[in-house]
Write a protein that binds this ligand. Structure first.
Ligand code: SF4
Length: 211
């Protein structure tokens, strides 16, 4: 365990250097508590904050802390009304701060995300003034092929199971690149450069977080 943590620290430090050349700021956090504290310190009062669906962000407990502060939160997932949820996702694209994780992050600093409704990848590409991406060390992969494979096998398949979708992967446990009506893999987005320096901030945590 000690060696894995030590190796993950080396990996994260390398990724942070490689993010920098892509106009993306990286931050190292030893624990999820440290990451939560950092995120909360990055968001000033009076801001508008929204987020994409993310097991990682949910684990941090930051949404609850933000709700107690003098700022506006837009939560698309706290309503069962689909029209209202879509409307909040649309409004979330104009937030000051947007919280999300990433399905995979290459050692060279590229983020890979698969999305169904695609509000999350839309926000990553354009809209919110700042995007705070939190990722556990389990999201790190060697290259782009591994990133897409991880995003499909380790994120899209469990998400299909969670959502009880009638797709081939909920039967086989693997991705067959379906074009099913219930497919949740509509857009696969690779973020390789950020033309507004620092707009995307990646908070890397030396723990296993999310999937
Ligand atoms: S089988 Fe279809 S829904 Fe399932 S992970 Fe692959 S593309 Fe996505």
């Amino acid at each position: 365990m000690h060696n894995i943590k030590a190796a993950n620290k080396l990996k994260i430090n390398t990724v942070i250097k490689n993010l920098e050349k892509r106009g993306i700021e990286g931050h190292y956090c030893e624990t999820k508590e440290e990451a939560a504290e950092l995120i909360l310190s990055m968001i000033p009062d009076q801001s508008i904050v929204s987020w994409g669906g993310s097991a990682t962000v949910n684990t941090l407990g930051v949404k609850e802390k933000l709700a107690e502060r003098d700022l506006e939160t837009i939560d698309p997932y706290s309503t069962s009304d689909l029209d209202e949820s879509i409307e909040r996702r649309r409004r979330g694209l104009l937030a000051d701060y947007y919280l999300m994780s990433t399905n995979a992050l290459t050692m060279d600093g590229e983020l890979v995300n698969i999305d169904g409704t695609s509000n999350r990848v839309a926000a990553l590409c354009f809209g919110p003034k700042k995007v705070l991406v939190v990722a556990g060390a389990n999201k790190l992969v060697l290259g782009l092929d591994d990133a897409i494979a991880r995003a499909k096998l380790n994120a899209a398949v469990p998400n299909n199971v969670r959502l009880k979708r009638n797709n081939p992967c909920t039967i086989t446990g693997t991705c067959s690149n379906c074009l099913s009506k219930e497919c949740i893999c509509c857009n696969i987005v690779t973020t390789r450069y950020c033309s507004i320096p620092g707009r995307i901030q990646v908070i890397l945590v030396n723990e296993e977080l999310g999937f």
